[in-house]
Design a protein around this ligand. Structure first.
Ligand code: GTR
Length: 431
């Protein structure tokens, strides 16, 4: 990026035209904007009561996010079954119950599955445990070195830091034993268990492998009608498929007597934070929603165009959002919604948004401002806002039902982030 903090490149669009993709990471380059009011009805009248929010405005906004950004999940006529894969009551040196459940999705002519890895504190045998659930990037076996975790056999991206010199964790897009625990710094499992929470995770690639294959693999074909070969322009992209998987995990939690399904917080980092937000917005069974560095089309305001923009994300990751979303590449200001409205859809449930100071690409200030702009909807429910008007400095968590912090450091999810999430859930989900 140039010293002015602004750069541009010419990017080719699907229709053959060239588009000037402008990127900036300086506050002075943020365009003037007015945010749409989450409480404004199409008539211009404000929503004044919870009933109107719940029955009119919330469904309307959900539909706009589905149709214009993430893509609507088609009506699915599936046979879904839960197959126990493993169970151990003495995992992690006796600290945890560990179980794995394979969730099968079947329809005539097509089937696929996702594996849920679950750790629960031992006392879950007597009393159902509250739980964090989140997707992972590289396979369940990467979250902990625990040899009892089934090694994924599905397609996995090779993210070796040096592609010329691969680290051997993924060979021919399949996991190897070397990959065990590779993402452990992001999943402080023992710390979570010692605080009385369980943890469930699913490899995002079980639901949809993270590459653009025109939606031939993963869960998308489950939704095809006769003759259909890819989702319609308003139907689900990859992020929505990931969110759908989180909801199916919730279906499982509801019938597991060791899990307190009324106290499940959905959490996600980065692209998987976008999925956590979309799952939490749609599905009120999630008792709390936590976004970690989710950025563009996650918790950050799109109109600020700071760091990653709507155009950049759709050009770099064409499968993540629905086809309709690409119509806004040239005119993001025409989007009828912005991301503060997505956060507002979670009201009145606890929501936590976290940024990282050096993670300019995800626009920390844009994430804070989006949460601020969701406050009026929480106020409609009589819930407190963030309790501050200006953005707090690094490592200064704020808020109660709505929580925010900006961690020192870069794009990541760390033990510090998890510690804040547990403090937050202690007083909201548990307390
Ligand atoms: C980046 C992408 C972000 C974020 C991130 C991640 O390349 O631009 O939107 O999702 O990947 O998931 O780590």
């Amino acid at each position: 990026m140039a010293a002015s903090g602004r750069s541009s490149i010419l990017a080719p669009l699907d229709d053959g035209a060239e588009f000037e993709l402008v990127l900036h990471t300086q506050e002075e380059n943020v365009p003037a904007y007015t945010l749409p009011d989450p409480l404004a009805l199409p008539s211009g009248q404000p929503v004044q009561d919870v009933e109107t929010w719940r029955t009119v405005q919330r469904p309307r906004l959900l539909q706009l996010f589905a149709q214009e950004i993430y893509g609507a999940t088609p009506a699915l006529d599936l046979d879904i079954s839960f197959e126990p894969l493993s169970y151990a009551e003495d995992a992690l040196d006796g600290l945890a119950i560990r179980k794995e459940v394979r969730v099968w999705f079947r329809r005539a002519g097509y089937q696929c599955y996702m594996d849920i890895l679950i750790y629960l504190p031992r006392q879950a045998k007597e009393e159902p445990a509250p739980l964090f659930v989140g997707l992972n990037f590289m396979g369940n076996h990467t979250i902990h070195a625990d040899a009892g975790i089934t090694l994924s056999t599905n397609w996995i991206p090779d993210r070796s830091p040096d592609p010329q010199n691969p680290d051997g964790r993924v060979v021919n897009n399949r996991a190897t034993e070397k990959a065990r625990g590779a993402s452990a710094s992001r999943w402080p499992v023992e710390m979570i268990l010692r605080r009385g929470y369980g943890l469930a995770t699913i490899y995002s690639g079980d639901l949809d492998p993270d590459f653009d294959d025109d939606f031939q693999n993963g869960v998308h074909p489950l939704g095809y009608k006769a003759g259909q070969t890819r989702p319609a322009a308003y139907e689900w992209g990859t992020v929505a498929a990931w969110a759908w998987g989180l909801q199916r995990a919730m279906d499982y939690f509801e019938q597991d007597t060791q899990i307190d399904a009324a106290r499940v917080a959905v959490v996600g980092h980065s692209r998987l934070g976008k999925a956590a937000l979309w799952a939490g917005a749609q599905d009120e069974r999630f008792a709390a929603v936590i976004s970690n560095d989710s950025g563009c089309m996650g918790a950050a305001l799109t109109v600020r165009a700071f760091g990653e923009t709507l155009a950049a994300i759709n050009l770099n990751f064409p499968a993540w959002f629905c086809e309709n979303c690409k119509r806004y590449i040239r005119q993001p200001e025409a989007l009828p919604v912005d991301q503060h409205m997505l956060l507002a859809l979670i009201a009145p449930r606890p929501i936590y948004v976290a940024s990282a100071e050096q993670d300019k690409w995800a626009d920390p200030r844009g994430e804070f401002l989006a949460l601020k702009a969701a406050e009026p909807v929480y106020a409609l429910f009589g819930k407190d806002g963030l309790g501050v008007d200006t953005m707090p400095g690094a490592d200064q968590p704020v808020g109660s039902v709505m929580g925010y912090h900006m961690r020192t450091g870069g794009h990541d999810i760390t033990a510090y982030d998890w510690a804040q999430y547990m403090d937050f859930c202690d007083s909201t989900v548990i307390g």
